[in-house]
Write a protein that binds this ligand. Structure first.
Ligand code: CXF
Ligand code: ZN
Length: 376
């Protein structure tokens, strides 16, 4: 099928809306007509080169929600008409990590940035005669996707699409960072560094897990106001201010759990987050540094003598097939506020405005709403 999508052809250039051609679903694949796509910071990493990918062009987007329109051979448990969310991480259920319960570390994740389909290793998207790499094997910045069933999770059709798309990455990642990876317990003090979509979901996860006080850090004043609305007790413009105040209110104990959800990290900042972390506490690193960066500033004596943990986290340590519907049930019960996480909707052509708003601190999450005009 011919349609259009937002592509990156070379580094540090704006998103480009171009005609693309997507193949028919093969064995194990489905076609989804997308209604919405979330603007996550990770797609911006494609533009800056923080994700080194094998080749250009790339079709961006790894948060999306829509309706199945075609089913390939051998797909069970999904049907035409199902409302679905794209999971940015595929999860097969049968590989070793999946079988040991680490569904977010499914072996299929190895090919996430390769662009080659899970079904048969082929490229399913082309543009101007070039093979296109769909971000996270999805490429949701297009009104249709043809994807492997292991990336697709069926959801309740009454969930609004603008909310549904966020649980394919940002919400599940942030919520799980608090509830699963950092394992926040009732009565604990928690700091969340970076208040975007992932950070707000981490604040809400910590609140639902029973945190005593949640401290939020973000340089943008509007985002600090949002953090208060979603459950933070106090906010700070930077880590130094947070350190001084948290030391005061906890009498030097600091936070049981620190969750780092900034758009981009650097190894030189790690010690400052460990400084916010109590002895025996966990600093959960959900944010991404440059893939080739290896330098870290870390006081090793503090790490061992104060028995702190530095915990990496992808997809919040979660299970897409379980966590996506489970979080949406919390939403339906009014326990997690996802409506107010969608700050603004954009047309596909406005994608560069959406990313500008994100970088300038005006969005928790921007969402692209596809229309019939996009599909013509
Ligand atoms: C990702 C997206 C795809 C590659 C690894 C990390 N994180 C989500 O935002
Ligand atoms: Zn993401």
């Amino acid at each position: 099928m011919k349609t259009k999508g937002a592509l990156v052809w070379e580094l540090n250039k704006p998103w480009s809306i171009d005609e693309i051609e997507i193949g028919d679903p093969r064995r194990g694949e489905v076609t989804v007509q997308l209604e919405t796509a979330g603007l996550c910071h990770s797609d911006q990493h494609l533009l800056t080169g923080d994700f080194p990918i094998p080749s250009f062009p790339v079709l961006g987007g790894h948060e999306g929600a829509g309706i199945i329109t075609e089913i390939g051979e051998g797909v069970e448990n999904l049907a035409v008409g199902d409302h679905v969310v794209m999971s940015f991480i595929p999860s097969c259920g049968t590989c070793k990590p999946c079988q040991t319960g680490l569904r977010n570390l499914c072996d299929l994740g190895m090919g996430l940035l390769s662009g080659q389909s899970v079904s048969d290793g082929s490229f399913r998207v082309t543009a101007k005669g070039h093979n296109v790499l769909p971000m996270s094997l999805l490429g949701t910045f297009a009104p249709y996707v043809v994807v492997h069933h292991t990336s697709v999770v069926k959801v309740d059709p009454t969930i609004p699409f603008e909310v549904a798309c966020l649980v394919g990455c940002g919400v599940t990642t942030g919520f799980g960072s608090a509830v699963r990876s950092a394992a926040v317990k009732p009565g604990e003090d928690v700091a969340v560094i970076g208040i975007g979509g992932v950070g707000v979901a981490a604040v809400q996860g910590a609140r639902i897990a029973g945190a005593r006080r949640i401290f939020a850090v973000d340089p943008f004043e509007w985002k600090r106001e949002q953090a208060l609305k979603f459950g933070a007790a106090e906010t700070f413009a930077d880590v130094a201010d947070a350190f001084a105040r948290i030391a005061e209110v906890t009498r030097g104990f600091m936070c049981h759990k620190v969750i780092v959800t900034v758009g981009r990290t650097d190894g030189s900042e790690v010690e400052s987050w460990m400084g916010l972390t109590a002895k025996g506490g966990v600093c959960c690193l959900t944010a991404m540094g440059g893939v080739l960066d290896t330098d870290v500033t870390l006081n090793l004596a503090g790490l061992s003598l104060l028995q702190k943990s530095l915990q990496g986290s992808i997809f919040g340590g979660g299970n897409p097939q379980h966590d996506i519907p489970a979080i949406l049930e919390l939403y339906q019960l009014g326990q997690i506020n996802l409506d107010d996480m969608v700050t603004r909707e954009y047309r596909l052509e406005q994608i560069n405005d959406g990313y500008r708003d994100m970088l300038e601190g005006r969005n928790i999450r921007g969402v692209i709403r596809f229309t019939d005009a996009d599909r013509a």
